[in-house]
Design a protein around this ligand. Structure first.
Ligand code: NDP
Ligand code: BG6
Length: 523
């Protein structure tokens, strides 16, 4: 993501500063937009849920938009005993509405390798198929391997690829890349172990770790808001900000992933990755360049400044909870413990709220409150900067009763946009003031919609742009921050609180912020 900020004129003739990135092509350092080179995309886990729901549909959209070279071929690799034709038939079912026929035409060249990743023959067959595709589909020896399979086999697949020459480009090719899905380990030690395994086979600059939040337009818009404008940065610090809130709320439960979720919980599933990434972009220092090195260096510096409490301290600054039965969107929904694949006496947390501190010049002393949960009242991800109250209010208390602190909220999803809440005079003879909102809506400003996160990330990885991917030091640092909390949770501390499905979480989370006279801002 190397585009320079520049000014564009909107329909009303006013000038808006934007970081504009062409939505169908990858921007490269010289500012010239180009399409990814020909390549073979190998999907490990091709018969799985993620490939079916996210990766292949995103690829289909890119193809229909003309964003990809015609010489792109997909090879699915998984255990299911499918033939090439059965894999193609599954892919055809993912044809986007209003298709021009481009996806179905490309699918004709797709291949499928059935086999276990523990079996050497799977990788020999794959190598042969890739060589054939170079000849028949012009994939030019370039390889992109996508680990969309169970994390337990990530290291094994990487090693087997290397053993069959797969970590180097094929004949005449210029790159071999490895795209890795989350989770990157389940704690610091296992993340480092996984890295060591991956690094035996691929160099760090070949590895693209996905956090799909980084592919969301509005997460990237945090950078535009902060660094393409001059009015926000001067107040983006401890002198003006009273506290920061990050909310990642889901109304869905664990769906069909109960078994997986039992091993993860909200801390590992959302806080360690998505929340830390959003936090890092929101609070980091301005990068000197918008490229992979510039942005990732600043993110990791910020994560290093987050205070890592000891487990005893952590207990006082964190709330963990689990949902009971309730009503979401007008429908009765079961308790977490009654979900498929979940232990009926499970202690896994489906909700976490935390109070963090960032110990650096800009943020010292500013509380950062973070919360995430499943089966909450609504689906909403947002970051709010809550500003300090004016030093003196010259209105009699009653007249300013409805005045809340000025707040800038970045709405990441849904209803993507930005709101600024501030005080305004209520019309009438009395000088009453009340909080009002000034709203920017992404959908109104940019009709036509935005690409899915996976489209953007696939395209960037194919173009070799690592800016939106997670570097290993970021992963490690995020695990360092949650480590004491993991330890406390494993010792049953703090006690697991309860909340009703469809509510805004447990009362204990309100108490966490009320200590400072503050309140959660419910979307
Ligand atoms: P699934 O269980 O649905 O799919 C796993 C895939 O891996 C299947 O294609 C399976 O093949 C294949 N597989 C597993 N073990 C082997 C093996 N030993 N040899 C060959 N093939 C094997 O998992 P998901 O698609 O849900 O998840 C995949 C990855 O994506 C995980 O890392 C997950 O954490 C991550 N992820 C998933 C999300 C989701 O919404 N699903 C969201 C974010 C991340 P087969 O079934 O044919 O045996
Ligand atoms: C995934 C988590 O990483 O993110 C899921 O594993 C969660 O549990 C999902 O539901 C949320 O993503 P989004 O894009 O719907 O906010």
């Amino acid at each position: 993501m190397s585009a320079e900020p520049h000014l564009v004129e909107d329909e009303g003739g006013s000038l808006t500063a934007l970081l504009e990135v062409e939505d169908t092509t990858v921007q490269v350092d010289d500012g010239v937009a180009r399409r990814p080179e020909p390549l073979a995309l190998v999907v490990f886990g091709a018969s799985g849920d993620l490939a079916h729901r996210k990766i292949l549909p995103a690829l289909a959209q890119l193809v229909e938009r003309g964003s990809l070279d015609d010489h792109v071929a997909v090879v699915g690799v998984a255990r299911s005993e499918w033939t090439d034709e059965e894999f193609r038939a599954m892919c055809r079912k993912l044809t986007p509405a209003g298709s021009s026929g481009a996806w179905e035409a490309l699918v004709e060249g797709f291949r499928y390798v059935a086999g276990d990743y523990g079996d050497d023959a799977t990788f020999s067959t794959l190598a042969t198929v890739l060589d054939e595709l170079d000849e028949t589909r012009g994939t030019s020896g370039n390889r992109m391997y996508y680990l969309a399979t169970v994390p337990a086999v990530f290291g094994q697949v990487a090693r087997s690829l290397a053993a069959h020459g797969g970590s180097e480009p094929g004949r005449g090719g210029t790159f071999a890349r490895l795209v890795v899905e989350k989770p990157f380990g389940s704690d610091l030690a296992s993340a480092q172990e996984l890295d060591a395994e991956l690094h035996q086979a691929f160099r760090e600059d070949q590895i693209f770790r996905i956090d799909h939040y980084m592919g969301k337009e509005t997460v990237q818009n945090v950078l535009a808001l902060r660094f393409a404008n001059s009015i926000f940065e001067p107040v983006w610090n401890r002198r003006y900000v009273d506290h920061v809130q990050v909310t990642v709320a889901e109304s869905l439960g664990v769906e069909h992933r109960g078994g997986f979720y039992e091993t993860a919980g909200a801390l590992r599933d959302i806080v360690q990755n998505h929340v830390m990434q959003v936090l890092a972009l929101t609070l980091m220092e301005p990068p000197s360049t918008m490229d992979a090195g510039g942005i990732r260096d600043e993110k990791v510096k910020l994560l290093r400044s987050v205070v890592v409490p000891d487990p005893d301290e952590a207990v006082n600054n964190v709330v963990r909870a689990q949902y009971g039965a309730g009503i979401v969107g007008g429908e009765d929904v079961p308790a977490y413990r009654a979900e498929e694949g979940v232990d009926p006496v499970s202690e896994t947390e489906t909700y976490v709220a935390m109070h963090l501190l960032v110990d650096n010049w800009r943020w010292a002393g500013v509380p950062v409150y973070v919360r995430t949960g499943k089966r909450l009242a609504t689906r909403a991800t947002e970051v709010s900067m809550v500003f300090q109250r004016p030093p003196h209010l010259p209105f009699a208390g009653k007249l300013a009763r409805d005045l809340r602190p000025d707040t800038l909220t970045l709405r990441i999803q849904p209803d993507e946009g930005i709101s600024l809440c501030f005080g305004a005079k209520v019309p009438g003879p009395a000088f009453k003031v009340r909080t009002v909102a000034m709203d920017f809506s992404y959908a109104d400003a940019f009709p036509g919609g935005t690409a899915e996160a996976y489209e953007r990330l696939l395209l960037d990885a194919m173009g070799g742009d690592a800016t939106l991917f997670i570097r290993s030091d970021e992963v490690d640092q995020a695990w360092e921050i949650v480590a004491p909390i993991q330890q406390a949770f494993s010792e049953g501390e703090p006690p697991l609180a309860r909340y009703r499905a469809g509510s805004w979480g447990p009362i204990e989370a309100d108490r966490l912020v009320e200590g400072g006279g503050r309140q959660w801002r419910n979307p």
